[in-house]
Design a protein. Structure first.
Length: 83
């Protein structure tokens, strides 16, 4: 796989080391940032729902916007937090 998985925090820590490495400490976000993140999630969810409806109701429109059925299915399958 890749080197990122080798240093994953879920692996057993050595005795005497802190449970959470410094780079894994909690992030602190402002309320405005959190609202922005939640708004982006809502937009993605809405976009994917509309794309799904378009692919069911008017599949010819998918071709018109330059997408394939495979690309549409991949986009619809993503969870709302992924870009």
């Amino acid at each position: 796989m890749n080197d990122t998985l080798a240093s994953a925090p879920h692996q057993a820590a050595r005795p005497g080391t802190p449970e959470r490495p410094a780079e894994m400490s909690r992030r602190h976000y402002s309320l405005a940032t959190l609202r922005s993140i939640i708004a982006a999630w809502g937009e993605r969810k809405r976009f994917r729902w509309e794309l799904e409806q378009m692919s069911k109701d008017n599949p010819h429109l998918i071709d018109d916007i330059g997408l394939t059925k495979r690309l549409v299915d991949a986009e619809i399958a993503k969870p709302f937090w992924r870009r």
